[in-house]
Ligand binder design. Structure first.
Ligand code: F6P
Length: 322
C-alpha cells in the first residue's frame, strides 16, 4: 500500500480533525502517502485534493469541524458523479480510501465500490451516534457535553421563573443525543423517534409530578414525529394552560467546539486502526470501538438504523426523574 485517499463527509463532527491527524501520522510512519480530498465526495468528483504531511496536521487535534471541509454531495449520488470519482482514484493511483462520516457517507462508499474495487475503510463520524458497530461515534461525546452545558444554563431560568422548557436537540432519525443528555441533565422526559407513545406517556407521567416543583425540562429529538420541540411545545401549551411553557431549539451549537478528551482519544484510535485495517486487507468495513476493543463492521450492517434504544437507560431516566 503506497497511497491512500481520505475524506470527511456528511455533517461535521468534533473529533474529525483528531482522526485526520491520526490517519496521516500513522500512514507516514508506514511510508504511505495520504491525499486529503476536500468537501467529502465532492473532492473525489472534482479531484480537489491536498497532499497531507505530518506538518499539515499539526495543531488540529483540539479543533472542532474538519480541515478537509465536508459536504453531502448531490453530484456523487448520480452514476456520472461516481464515474468521475473513479477517474480521480485511477488518476491518483490510490490503493485505498478512508471515509470519516455517518450512514450516508458509508452508503456512498458502497456505491463507489460497486464501480471500482478500491478497498474502503470507514471511521464513524457523526454526532448522532446512530451507527451499529461502535459504542461511540466521533462527535457524539462532544455534542452531548454541549447539550448538557446549554441545558444547565437554561435550567437556571426554568427554576427562577418556574417554567417548563421544551428543548430540541439534534437527531433526525435517532434519540440517542436526547436520551443520554436527559439522564445527565436530570430532565423530566424525552420524546424521540424510536418511541411512538412518548407524548401520551408524558401526559400520564405529569399526573405523578410533585405539585411543589413548577420547573421542568423536556428534551425532544428533532426527528420526533410530533414535529420537534415546536410541535410538542404547542401541544403542551394547549394541554397545560396553567404552565408557562417556553421552547428552545439548540441547533448547530451542538456540533461545534473543541472535542472532549474522550473524543480526541477515540478519534485518534480509530484513525490509527483505519490505516492498519487497510494494510491488513479490510475493505468496506467500519472501524468501531466496543468495550475498549477495536471492531470491524461491514458498511451494510453499520448503516442499519438502530430501532431499539437501550431500554434500561429509558427506564432509569423515568425512575430518576420521578
Ligand atoms: O447527522 C448529523 C446531524 O447533525 C443531524 O442530527 C441533523 O439532523 C443534521 O445533521 C443536520 O444537518 P445540516 O447541518 O445539514 O442541517
Amino acid at each position: 500500500m503506497k497511497k491512500i485517499g481520505l475524506i470527511t463527509s456528511g455533517g461535521d463532527a468534533p473529533g474529525m480533525n483528531a482522526c485526520i491527524r491520526a490517519v496521516v501520522r500513522t500512514a507516514c510512519a508506514e511510508h504511505i502517502e495520504v491525499l486529503g480530498f476536500y468537501r467529502g465526495y465532492e473532492g473525489l468528483v472534482d479531484d480537489d485534493h491536498v497532499k497531507l504531511t505530518k506538518s499539515k496536521v499539526a495543531n488540529i487535534i483540539h479543533r472542532g469541524g474538519t480541515i478537509l471541509k465536508t459536504a453531502r454531495s448531490e453530484r456523487f449520488m448520480s452514476d456520472k458523479g461516481q464515474q468521475m470519482a473513479v477517474t480521480t482514484i485511477i488518476k491518483n493511483q490510490l490503493d485505498g480510501l478512508i471515509v470519516i462520516g455517518g450512514d450516508g457517507s458509508f452508503r456512498g462508499a458502497l456505491a463507489l465500490s460497486s464501480h471500482y474495487p478500491l478497498p474502503i475503510v470507514g471511521c464513524p463520524g457523526t454526532i448522532d451516534n446512530d451507527l451499529i458497530g461502535t459504542d461511540f461515534t466521533i462527535g457524539y461525546d462532544t455534542a452531548i457535553n454541549n447539550v448538557v452545558d446549554a441545558i444547565d444554563k437554561i435550567r437556571d431560568t426554568a427554576e427562577s421563573h418556574e417554567r417548563i422548557f421544551v428543548i430540541e436537540v439534534m437527531g433526525r432519525d435517532a434519540g440517542l443525543i436526547a436520551l443520554r443528555s436527559a439522564i445527565a441533565c436530570g430532565a423530566e422526559a424525552i420524546l424521540i423517534p424510536e418511541r411512538k407513545d412518548d407524548f401520551e406517556f408524558l401526559l400520564e407521567k405529569k399526573k405523578s409530578w410533585r405539585q411543589t416543583k413548577k420547573s421542568r425540562i423536556i428534551i425532544v429529538a428533532e426527528g420526533d414525529e410530533h414535529g420537534g420541540a415546536m410541535g410538542i411545545g404547542n401541544l403542551l401549551k394547549k394541554e397545560w394552560p396553567d404552565f408557562d411553557i417556553r421552547i428552545t431549539i439548540l441547533g448547530h451549537i451542538q456540533r461545534g467546539g473543541n472535542p472532549t478528551c474522550m473524543e480526541r482519544v477515540n478519534a485518534s484510535l480509530m484513525g490509527y486502526y483505519a490505516v492498519k485495517a487497510l494494510q491488513n486487507g479490510h475493505a468496506n468495513e467500519m472501524i468501531g470501538i466496543i468495550n475498549k476493543q477495536v471492531c470491524y463492521t461491514p458498511f451494510k450492517e453499520a448503516v442499519k438504523h438502530i430501532e431499539n434504544l437501550n431500554s434500561d437507560m429509558l427506564r432509569i431516566l423515568d425512575v430518576l426523574s420521578s
